[in-house]
Design a protein around this ligand. Structure first.
Ligand code: AQP
Length: 337
């Protein structure tokens, strides 16, 4: 099984990225051939400072490694190191209905936030599909917000194959039946962990770099504390039962505490006797227990710039070999010598 996923270097990575996606990346590196990349072309949609773009790309790579990604097992690379992705993006774009892009949730959400969209934001799902299809991925571990994009990638792969592969039958995409051909573009499947599908931010919306509501994995201790202490709560007094479990503080405790400890929180949350301040302190402790070792590795890896570049170059070389193979077929199919 080939696994592929990426994270945008559009800001410092946060615990939403970790629980929604990166934790699975690390688990899956033992279960198949894993390709993980830093989506630094995607990040240009929001990061317009070249120095910062480079720094955030490097930071995302360090984050992967600090969280346990092993470059001997998984291929780690920068999206921009494999130029074929831009070529596939264009070719695929020629079969993408504009109406699909107009109904993309991520695009509609950003427009609803008042962001005035550029072409890059509108066409984001096409580049994401190219990212996935270029490496013939079987499984794509992602958070829930990305499911629609994976569905698009499947639909467009079918459109491309139907258009350009003689004997391709969408009902038999692998060409198992006699007389059918397998597609050039392989259909990927989203791999979502339901329990952590959407991690809430400190304001209760989805945790997101662009909302400024994150708990950064490798943020300054002082800042983490400040942010945890400012998680949105109501004014229920200490002794009273909390009116709802539909609260970011409750969800974050559930994510970060071991089951037995969370059971205690759950009991007092529903019965009363503890205040939100106590729960926030507990969450801060859990943050440090959970991410302490990774934070330590991050500090060590940051000091060794040569090693990081070597890992990324090696990953790019391996990813390029696969991209060349696929693009040979794609170019031949569409008539580009
Ligand atoms: N809050 C979240 N809950 C669960 N999963 C999440 N992911 C991101 N936020 C959450 C998952 O992390 C992976 C990498 O995401 P990304 O950084 O490439 O893009 P994103 O989803 O757009 O993340 P942000 O923080 O919201 O970035 P901006 O603000 O730049 O758009 C994905 O698999 C994603 O599902």
């Amino acid at each position: 099984m080939r696994i592929l996923s990426g994270v945008q270097s559009s800001g410092r990575l946060h615990i939403g990225n970790y629980y929604g996606a990166m934790r699975q990346f690390v688990q899956l590196q033992d279960q198949g051939e894993a390709y993980y990349f830093i989506a630094n072309y995607h990040a240009l949609n929001t990061v317009r400072d070249p120095k910062l773009a480079q720094e955030l790309t490097r930071d995302a790579a360090l984050t992967y490694l600090s969280l346990g990604l092993d470059p001997k097992k998984a291929i780690l690379f920068r999206q921009s190191d494999v130029k074929e992705v831009a070529e596939l993006y264009w070719i695929l774009g020629t079969v993408v209905p504009q109406s699909n892009l107009e109904r993309a949730h991520s695009y509609k959400d950003k427009v609803a936030q008042g962001i005035s969209p550029d072409f890059g934001l509108f066409a984001y799902p096409v580049l994401m599909a190219a990212d996935i299809l270029l490496y013939s991925a079987d499984a794509v571990p992602v958070g829930k917000d990305q499911i629609q994009h994976i569905e698009f990638a499947r639909d467009w792969a079918v459109k491309f194959n139907t258009q350009y592969v003689p004997g391709y039958d969408p009902a038999d995409p692998e060409g198992k039946e006699r007389g059918h051909s397998p597609g050039i573009l392989k259909l990927p499947a989203a791999h979502v962990q339901e329990s952590t599908a959407t991690v809430p931010g400190i304001d209760g919306r989805k945790m997101s770099k662009s909302y400024g509501n994150t708990l950064e994995l490798f943020g300054e201790e002082k800042d983490i504390k400040k942010r945890i202490m400012s998680i949105k709560t109501d004014s229920t007094p200490v002794e009273a039962p909390k009116p709802t479990t539909d609260a970011p503080l409750y969800d974050l405790l559930r994510l970060m505490l071991p089951a037995a400890e969370f059971a205690e929180v759950d009991a007092t949350w529903k019965a009363g006797g503890k205040g939100y301040g106590d729960y926030k302190k507990k969450l801060l402790e859990a943050f440090h227990t959970t991410f302490g070792p990774a934070r330590q590795r991050y500090a060590e890896l940051r000091a060794d710039t040569g090693e990081l570049e070597r890992i990324l170059q090696d990953g790019a070389q391996r990813a390029r070999a696969e991209a060349h193979r696929l693009m040979d077929q794609v170019r031949r199919a569409v008539g580009i010598p």
